[in-house]
Design a protein around this ligand. Structure first.
Ligand SMILES: *Cc1c(COP(=O)(O)O)cnc(C)c1O
Length: 471
C-alpha cells in the first residue's frame, strides 16, 4: 500500500501536465492547485481504505481525470437551461422567463446603488415597493397592494395579519398541496390562524360556510386548487356567494388564486383559471397570487385588495421578514409596466408568446428539426409528433395544451442516458421521457433555441453521421 501511495505524483508534477496547464490558463491558479490537492487527498484516503491494492493511474491519466473533476466541480448547478419539457411554468426550471425590459432593469439596478427606499424628488425616506404598488392598483383595479417574497409568504402574512388566534373557513376540497412543499394547512398553522374545514372533498355549498361562522371566525378563504381537479360530481361555492356572505357577516374574503392570470386564458386551453381583475371586481377583500406564474414576472407574492385589509397586512411585523429585494422590485416594476397594455403584455412577456405560438408553427419547426436531429449518430430515429402538454407550476394537470415534439430514440444505451447526457451538455437541454423516447417539446422552446438544440444533439454523437457536403 505504501508503495502505491508513493506512486502518486506530486501536485507540481501534475500541474505541468497539459490538461491541468490548460485549466490554469483558463481559470484561477489557486483554484486549480487546491482542486488537485483535494483530489489527491481523496485518492490517498481511497488507497488507504481499499481492501486490495489500488492501481494508481499514470500521471497523464491522472492529470486528465483531475482536470475534468475540477471543471465539473467548478460549474455551478444553477445554469441556463433550454426547456424542452413542454411545461411552461416548470418550478424546477425557474417558472416564468422574464421579459427583456425586466432583465435590463435587473442589470441596471444590480450593478450599483439604487434609490430603493429614498424618494428622488424630496430626498426623504420612502416605501421600497411604492412604484410596484401604484402600478398594481392601476392594472388590477384594487384599492391597495403589497408585494412579498412569494405567494406562500403572502398567504402566511395575510393569515397572520387578519386571522391569528382566530378561525378561517376553507372548503375541504381546497386544502391543497402545491409543488410538494407548499401545504396550505401547514402554512395556516404557522400563521397562528385556525383552520375550519367545511364541506366534503367534492362538494362544498355556501350553506356550509354560513353554518360554520361563529364568534371566533376571522375570514372566509378560497384557494384555487391549481394542481389538481376534482371532476364529476362536484360543487364549490362561487366567489360571489362568498363575498355576499362575507359582507353580510362583516368577514373579509381572502382569494388565493395562484397563477395571477390577467386575462381569460381559455383560448389557450386553460379554462377555470381565475383572473386577478375579475376577483377584485367580484369584491374579494384580499387577492393573492405568484409573480412568476401566469403573471410572467420575477418570483414574488402579490397581495391586492381593499385598503382596510391590505393596510393591516402591510403593517404586520412579518412584512419585514418577507420583503423583496431591489432586483425583484426592478423586474416586477418593468413587468407591471408591460401589463398596462394587454397587447404589449402579449407580445413582450415570453410566457405569453410561448402560449400564443400556433400549433402550425410548432409543427413546422418540429418537422424541420427532425431530420437534422436524426443525422446525429447518438440518435436512431427522430420523429415529429403531435402531443399535449401542461402549464405546470402547480397548475391544473387536467388541462391540456396542444403541442408538437420531436421524439428521439437513442442509437445505443437507454433513453434515460440520452436524456442525462443532453441535460449535462452545453447548452443544457431538458426534455421529457415518454414510452422509451425522449420528447423535445417545442411549446416551451423559443424559436431561436431550435438550432441550439440541434447542435447539442449533434455534439452528443460527436457530429453528424454523414459527412457534411463540401462547400
Ligand atoms: C403556486 C401557488 C402557491 C404558492 O406560491 P409560491 O409563489 O410558489 O410561493 C400558493 N397558492 C396557490 C393557489 C398556488 O397556485
Amino acid at each position: 500500500m505504501s508503495n502505491v501511495l508513493k506512486n502518486i505524483p506530486s501536485v507540481n508534477e501534475l500541474l505541468e501536465r497539459p490538461p491541468l496547464r490548460k485549466l490554469v490558463d483558463r481559470a484561477n491558479r489557486n483554484v486549480v492547485v487546491s482542486g488537485v490537492r483535494r483530489f489527491l487527498d481523496n485518492l490517498r484516503t481511497e488507497v488507504k481504505n481499499a481492501a486490495a491494492d489500488v492501481n494508481v493511474p499514470t500521471p497523464g491519466e491522472l492529470a486528465e481525470r483531475i482536470a475534468k473533476w475540477i471543471s465539473d466541480e467548478d460549474t455551478p448547478n444553477l445554469r441556463p437551461v433550454i426547456n424542452a419539457t413542454g411545461i411552461l411554468l416548470h418550478t424546477g426550471l425557474g417558472r416564468a422567463p422574464l421579459a427583456e425590459p425586466a432583465v435590463e432593469a435587473i442589470v441596471a439596478i444590480a450593478r450599483g446603488y439604487a434609490s430603493v427606499e429614498v424618494d428622488v424628488e424630496t430626498g426623504e425616506r420612502s416605501q421600497r415597493v411604492r412604484d410596484a404598488e401604484k402600478l398594481l392598483k392601476q392594472i388590477t383595479g384594487a384599492e391597495a397592494a403589497v408585494v412579498v417574497n412569494n405567494n406562500a409568504g403572502a398567504t402566511l402574512l395575510t393569515l397572520a395579519a387578519l386571522a391569528a388566534g382566530r378561525e378561517v373557513i376553507v372548503a375541504r376540497g381546497q386544502l391543497v398541496e402545491i409543488g410538494g412543499s407548499f401545504r396550505l394547512p401547514n402554512v395556516m398553522e404557522f400563521s397562528g390562524a385556525k383552520l375550519r374545514e367545511v364541506g366534503t372533498t367534492n362538494k362544498t355549498r355556501i350553506e356550509d360556510y354560513r353554518a360554520a361562522i361563529r364568534q371566533e371566525t376571522a375570514a372566509l378563504m378560497r384557494v384555487h386548487a391549481s394542481n389538481y381537479a376534482i371532476v364529476g360530481f362536484t360543487e364549490q361555492a362561487s366567489l360571489a356567494e362568498l363575498v355576499d356572505l362575507g359582507s353580510k357577516r362583516n368577514l373579509p374574503v381572502i382569494d388565493d388564486i395562484g397563477s395571477g392570470a390577467m386575462e381569460d386564458v381559455a383560448a389557450y386551453g386553460l379554462t377555470d383559471e381565475p383572473v386577478v381583475t375579475e376577483s377584485i371586481k367580484t369584491g374579494a377583500d384580499v387577492v393573492l397570487f405568484s409573480g412568476d406564474k401566469l403573471f410572467g414576472g420575477p418570483q414574488c407574492g402579490i397581495i391586492v385588495g381593499k385598503k382596510s385589509s391590505v393596510e393591516k397586512i402591510a403593517k404586520h411585523p412579518l412584512m419585514r421578514a418577507l420583503r423583496v429585494d431591489k432586483i425583484t422590485l426592478a423586474a416586477l416594476v418593468e413587468t407591471l409596466r408591460l401589463h398596462q397594455d394587454r397587447e404589449t403584455a402579449k407580445q413582450s412577456l415570453p410566457l405569453m408568446s410561448l402560449l400564443n405560438t400556433s400549433v402550425a408553427n410548432l409543427q413546422n419547426r418540429a418537422e424541420r428539426m427532425a431530420p437534422q436531429l436524426a443525422a446525429s449518430s447518438a440518435v436512431k430515429s427522430a420523429e415529429p409528433i403531435e402531443s399535449f402538454t401542461y402549464l405546470g407550476g402547480g397548475s391544473i394537470p387536467a388541462q391540456q395544451i396542444p403541442t408538437w415534439c420531436v421524439a428521439l430514440e437513442p442509437d445505443r444505451g437507454s433513453v434515460d442516458t440520452l436524456a442525462a447526457t443532453l441535460r449535462k451538455g452545453v447548452p443544457c437541454v431538458f426534455g421529457r421521457i415518454h414510452k422509451d423516447r425522449l420528447l423535445l417539446d417545442l411549446r416551451s422552446v423559443f424559436p431561436k433555441q431550435d438550432m441550439q438544440i440541434v447542435e447539442a444533439v449533434q455534439q452528443l454523437g460527436g457530429g453528424v453521421t454523414e459527412s457534411a457536403p463540401a462547400e
